[in-house]
Design a protein around this ligand. Structure first.
Ligand code: APR
Length: 236
């Protein structure tokens, strides 16, 4: 589709892979090396907060050290160019890193939360957090100690901004998924939601995802190469 006005882009870990941040389900991915049930659930945090906080401290250091790649930059450019035409790029990411923002994206919807923010489980205040987080840290808002957690969505928790995401998805005239395996819902269901509304869909991925058969078209290759090329063909 040439010159789409409103594009809904869903990104996953694959868009940050070339920035050195691990994916989850590729060979050697995070969930191949660590048990998500012991590190990415509210129960794990309640049972062993220090181990969970340490796991996210390790990942947060990786995010802080990472640099956005050409895929992040291409999406930021596309967002600006679409806006200049009176259009809109709705960037919905499953990623908890800030590489889209650091590449210049102005509106990023983090449906799985953000690793560079911490949330107090006593008062629910959310605070930007770039360093390590331990139980010794007190909430800057209410002072409670030992109650801070990464502001990320764990398995069994409700993803964020679902209403806004669904409104944007149903209003789009193109749906593009980048670097996601299509393994985790509700994000994995968005391509079928788009198809049900007759919205053209494209998958940009290193290899066919679990959802590959649901997409109208596909661009395979590293996101830093395939995505800029795809967006350029759209005039973005
Ligand atoms: N370029 C493009 N795609 C890539 C690249 C790359 N350089 N490297 C890997 N990929 C693709 C893989 O082929 C795979 O399809 O990115 C996808 C990554 O899939 P996952 O590791 O499952 O990551 P994601 O889809 O984001 O996982 C969704 O699962 O555990 C939860 O909360 C976590 O947000 C995450 C969610």
């Amino acid at each position: 589709m040439k010159n789409p006005k409103t594009i809904f882009v869903l990104t996953g870990a694959g868009v940050s892979a070339e920035s050195g941040l691990g994916t989850f389900r590729d060979r050697g991915g995070l969930w191949a090396r660590f048990d998500p049930m012991k590190l990415a659930t509210p129960e794990a945090y309640a049972a062993d907060p220090d181990t969970v906080l340490d796991f996210y401290n390790h990942r947060r250091r990786g995010v802080v050290a990472a640099v956005p790649n050409a895929a992040h930059a291409a999406l930021a450019r596309a967002e600006t160019r679409l806006a200049e035409r009176g259009g809109r790029l709705f960037l919905c990411t499953q990623n908890v890193d800030d590489l889209h923002e650091r590449a210049g994206a102005r509106a990023v919807t983090h449906m799985h939360g953000e690793l560079l923010k911490a949330r107090c489980t006593a008062c629910e205040a959310v605070t930007p957090w770039h360093g390590d987080l331990t139980r010794a840290d007190a909430c800057p808002a209410c002072g409670a100690a030992g109650r801070m957690r990464p502001d990320v969505v764990w398995f069994g928790e409700m993803p964020k901004h679902l209403d806004a995401i669904e409104r944007a998805l149903t209003a789009a005239d193109l749906f593009v998924a980048v670097g996601t395996s299509g393994a985790v819902y509700p994000a994995a269901g968005y391509v079928r939601l788009a198809k049900a509304r007759g919205i053209p869909t494209c998958e940009v991925n290193l290899e066919p995802s679990d959802n590959a058969d649901a997409f109208d078209t596909a661009e395979y290759g590293p996101a830093s190469v395939a995505l800029p090329a795809y967006l350029a063909r759209l005039g973005l």
